[in-house]
Design a protein around this ligand. Structure first.
Ligand SMILES: [Zn+2]
Length: 331
């Protein structure tokens, strides 16, 4: 079956073998060999798990991976491999890959190198595999609002077909969405699509209306805490807002809670897509996430999740129509 992945982070797709190559080439020291590092990602170990450490929080591993991406060729390779792995493991024919320009800009990488590499990787995967992707430049919410605006200005100054929107990621507790209203509004004025991680680790539904009204987001990444406010749930259901969910998280203790939340969101009439988030770093794939979803919610939901992925994508209408038709055709 063909699948769509709208919530996937480029650093979260980097194969351990590729990280080993890129870290060595770019002088980044890893605390453990890459293949041993990935199974040790655990952002919030329980007391019991502590004794079996060392553990490494996801976002710190992201930083090591990001530091290892420096050249146009590095971006092209990782984007290509993300699309190749998604296609091979899960039949993913379209994905929207989030990357973090401010992290690379701070490391001295020119935005044009990132954009050119990403475009090259997408082109090559299109040619070789017949699959497609776009990129989202994600604001790092641990940055100041000024850094976020400067990042968006870079994206606007160097428009490219591959980069169609912006996102908001990193530690939700270190940057509520309202802080980035200016950066998001600037992006919107220049035709960039907008999404944001919200309602994942900060236990309130109030960030969701902020994302929709002040940031101009058209969809939400995660958003489980929307269930805390029935008015917000009703509004999102009425407006057909899509939530890009994923079951597998670096906070292992939260995995059962996510299942309940996803079930609750669907019961409340919300539209969901199922996504891979960080498929290279955790033992998961989009196919596996969809299996978890149908085990929990029933096989008949599978097509609905994929169809929602088409509707929630940031593709122009004509391309969306072509994708709709492609996923409707049986493999
Ligand atoms: Zn995410």
């Amino acid at each position: 079956m063909k699948t769509i992945d709208l919530h996937v982070h480029l650093p979260g797709t980097v194969r351990s073998g590729t990280l080993a190559d890129l870290a060595a080439a770019n002088g980044v020291e890893l605390p453990l060999p890459a293949a041993e590092l990935y199974p040790r990602i655990n952002s919030d170990p329980t007391d019991q798990e502590q004794g079996r450490g060392p553990w490494f929080p996801l976002l710190r591993v992201y930083e090591l991976i990001s530091a290892s991406l420096r050249t146009r060729g590095d971006f092209a390779r990782t984007v290509y491999e993300a699309m190749e792995d998604g296609y091979r493991d899960s039949g993913t024919v379209y994905s929207e890959l989030a990357f973090s320009p401010s992290v690379h800009l701070a490391a001295g990488v020119d935005y044009r190198e990132m954009a050119a590499g990403i475009s090259e990787g997408i082109e090559a995967a299109r040619r070789d595999l017949g699959v497609d992707a776009r990129a989202l430049a994600a604001v790092n919410r641990e940055d100041t609002p000024e850094v976020a605006v400067a990042m968006v200005e870079e994206v606007i100054a160097h428009p490219c077909d591959a980069v169609v929107g912006i996102g908001l990621d990193f530690d939700e507790r270190k940057g509520l969405p309202g802080k980035f209203a200016e950066a998001f509004q600037l992006a919107g004025r220049h035709g960039l699509k907008r999404t944001a991680h919200a309602g994942e680790h900060v236990p309130t539904a109030a960030t969701i209306p902020t994302c929709l009204d002040d940031l101009g987001c058209e969809r939400i990444d995660h958003g489980y805490h929307v269930l805390k406010d029935s008015d917000v749930v009703k509004r999102c259901a009425d407006e057909g807002i899509h939530f890009n969910a994923a079951f597998t998280t670096s906070r292992r203790a939260l995995r059962p809670w996510r299942r309940e939340s996803i079930q609750g969101m669907l019961d409340a009439g919300l539209k969901l897509t199922i996504n891979s988030d960080d498929p290279a770093l955790f033992p998961t794939t989009l196919k596996h996430e969809l299996e978890l979803a149908v085990d929990l919610l029933g096989e008949d939901r599978r097509r609905e999740f994929v169809a929602n992925g088409v509707e929630a994508s940031f593709l122009p209408e004509a391309e969306k129509a072509a994708l709709r038709e492609a996923v409707a055709r049986e493999d």
